[in-house]
Design a protein around this ligand. Structure first.
Ligand SMILES: Cc1cc2nc3c(=O)[nH]c(=O)nc-3n(C[C@H](O)[C@H](O)[C@H](O)COP(=O)(O)O)c2cc1C
Length: 165
């Protein structure tokens, strides 16, 4: 199982580490070619992140690439919610590979928003044969034992059980 994630302030990064432990997933950080500064991330200031989220066609460049994507059937996709949506760099990521026939399980963190339409709006970026599971949202500060206790992971196991590679 593959777990690409994007994280600017460490929340999703921590969850990715837990996922690696709990699920045995191969974790991969989606690293922006141009790192986001604190000013870029200050939302509702008209800064870089705000501008990108305002533009559905924005595709921030990613540094590096995944060499062995064909080895994975199941992809946990981790991202923070930015203005109710996945950051545009997630669009860059999805358009960079062929996800035909793969299963994608979206994971997000946010201050308070739910996963909402953030994942649905990504579907059109992948092949029609990509199977999208319902997304799950975790709040900042979610600890590993809390995640394990929460049935979310059990649900995830059940969702994925037949498709884990
Ligand atoms: C540009 C930007 C927009 C955001 N928009 C939302 C939002 O719409 N709803 C919300 O609950 N949190 C929002 N947040 C907060 C992040 O989703 C939250 O802090 C997340 O856990 C950060 O994950 P990370 O530490 O892995 O980067 C936003 C943060 C940024 C930087």
């Amino acid at each position: 199982m593959f777990y690409p994630y994007f994280s600017c302030t460490g929340t999703m990064e921590a969850l990715a580490g837990y996922a690696a432990d709990i699920l045995g997933a191969d974790v991969y950080e989606i690293v922006p070619e141009e790192p986001y500064t604190d000013a870029d991330l200050a939302y509702y200031t008209g800064g870089r992140a705000d501008q990108e989220q305002d533009d559905p066609d924005a595709r921030p460049a990613i540094s590096g690439s995944v060499e062995n994507m064909e080895e994975y059937d199941t992809v946990l996709l981790g991202y923070p919610i930015w203005h109710g949506q996945a950051p545009r760099i997630i669009s860059t990521f999805l358009e960079s590979y062929d996800f035909a026939g793969k299963t994608i399980v979206p994971f997000c963190t946010s201050h308070s928003s739910g996963v909402g339409s953030s994942a649905d709006n990504l579907h059109s970026l992948c092949a029609d044969s990509t199977e999208w599971k319902d997304g799950t949202r975790f709040g900042g500060g979610t600890e590993k034992d809390m995640i394990e206790e929460k049935c979310c992971w059990n649900l995830l196991y059940a969702l994925l059980f037949n498709s884990i590679k």
